[in-house]
Design a protein around this ligand. Structure first.
Ligand SMILES: [Zn+2]
Length: 114
């Protein structure tokens, strides 16, 4: 259940932002999550809705955008999307190296009511 702690710290960060920027209400949170993290959308939303949080966050909508993992082929010097069972470059067949793409977890932006 690692989603509960990551959502807890997400809520804490948002609560800090609410206080420091005098935000009345957060309408929507656009979150970017890499698929490599393994965080499931339904779990993230579930914890976001069920964990205790400040009034400004009570009715906020958590919108999640998933990023597909990408590997780097050193031979072709380009990134390619990883498929489920293969790490091989679609052009030359070389085994790709992991990149940071697909490991994201950050707030892209929030929509607020002041
Ligand atoms: Zn290649």
């Amino acid at each position: 259940m690692h989603e509960s702690s990551i959502v807890e710290s997400l809520i804490k960060n948002l609560e800090k932002k609410v206080l420091s920027e005098n935000i009345y209400k957060i309408i929507k949170i656009n979150l970017v999550v890499g698929e490599t993290t393994g965080y499931m959308e339904e779990s993230l939303v579930h914890y976001f809705e069920s964990l205790p949080k400040a009034t400004a966050l009570k009715d906020s909508i958590l919108q999640i955008k998933y990023i597909k993992p990408q590997l780097l082929c050193k031979k072709c010097n380009k990134n390619f999307e990883r498929t489920r069972f293969s790490f091989e470059c679609p052009d030359c067949g070389e085994t790709g190296e992991m990149t940071k793409i697909g490991t994201e977890f950050y707030i892209d932006n929030i929509e607020v009511e002041i």
